[in-house]
Structure formats: C-alpha cells, structure tokens
Design a protein. Structure first.
Length: 184
C-alpha cells in the first residue's frame, strides 16, 4: 500500500480520474520508459495503461461503456450510448461489448434497442451480422427495435431486414418473444 500511495501522490491528475492501481508483472517491461500511454486489449474491454513499471504498478482506467444493458423480466435489453456509430475504434468496442453480452442473456432472449442511433457505418452492420450468428450458435433469440429510418433503409438495401427480427417499439418487441406461431 505504501507504493500505491506514492504513485497516487506522484500522479494526482490520474488519481482524480477514478483510476485503479494494480500490480502486474514487470519482467518484460524493464526497457520501457518510466511513463507512457498504451491502449491494451484487456480481458473484459480495452484499458488505458499508464505506468511506472519500475515500481511494478500501473493505472487501469475505467473505460466508458458503448452500450447499456439491463434485464427486463427474462429479456436482456441492450441500448447504444452514441447516436452515430462511425469510427472504427468505436465500432470495435461496440462489437466486442455486443458479443460479450450474449453470455449475459441467461434466459436466451436478447433485444437490441436502436433508440437514438441515427447513423451506422457498414462495418457496424458486419458486427450486427456477427452478433446474429453468435446468438444463433448460443441458442439466444435476438430481436431489434426502434430502428431509425436511415438505419432501416440500409437494412432494406442489404436485405438484412429479412435476416433480423426488427420490431417497431420496445414494448411490442418484448411482447413478441412470447408469441409461438403465426397467429398468436
């Protein structure tokens, strides 16, 4: 704890940003400079590492999530925090978080709400196709709702509106999970 206190005292601007100090192996880091920034693919999501490797500690920044998730009954409802999903780094983050969310759908029902999303790049469409494939292999029922006209037009042009189960509103989408046949 004494080392952690010294690091926090040495970098007060980082300590004020709600960062954690954690131990790590420093065997391969001796040749690196004392302070640097590195984008590191962590176990759960990308993390920013700022290090004093000679002490064997690093700062692990809590990265803001690109999606929201909450359980409503037995349905995992996902939403997006951004209105435009265009840059490649954001798309990779969103794609990874969506893929990781499949395991959280313990009742095998997942709803992706596109409320507020006005634009998506074609790379994000690829991530959604990959999400659909993963859900099918895991036995998770996937539905989309509240898709904006701009995004829906892209789905129609690419004929993905036939692949995805797209509902108008969240309430209607949640009710559609309970329908068993054509006319129920």
């Amino acid at each position: 704890m004494a080392r952690e206190s010294r690091i926090r005292a040495r970098y007060p601007d980082l300590a004020a940003k709600n960062l954690d100090v954690q131990k790590m192996s420093v065997a391969c880091c001796r040749s690196l400079p004392t302070r640097y920034t590195l984008l590191h693919e962590g176990a759960d999501r990308p993390t920013v590492l700022l290090g004093t490797f000679y002490l064997g500690f690093f700062w692990k920044a809590r990265m803001p999530s690109s999606i929201t998730n909450q359980m409503q009954g037995d349905i995992l409802v996902l939403g997006f925090t951004d209105t435009k999903i265009l840059d490649s780094q954001k798309i990779e983050t969103v794609g990874k978080e969506l893929q990781d969310s499949v395991a959280e759908a313990i009742h095998k029902r997942m709803l992706v709400n596109f409320r507020g999303v006005s634009f998506m790049s074609s790379a994000m469409i690829t991530k959604l196709v990959m999400l659909n494939k993963r859900c099918k292999t895991q036995g998770v029922t996937l539905k989309f709702c509240e898709v904006s006209p701009n995004v829906m037009e892209v789905f129609k042009i690419t004929k993905l509106n036939k692949l995805f189960d797209i509902q108008e509103g969240e309430e209607k989408a949640m009710a559609s999970f309970d329908k068993k046949g054509w006319f129920s």
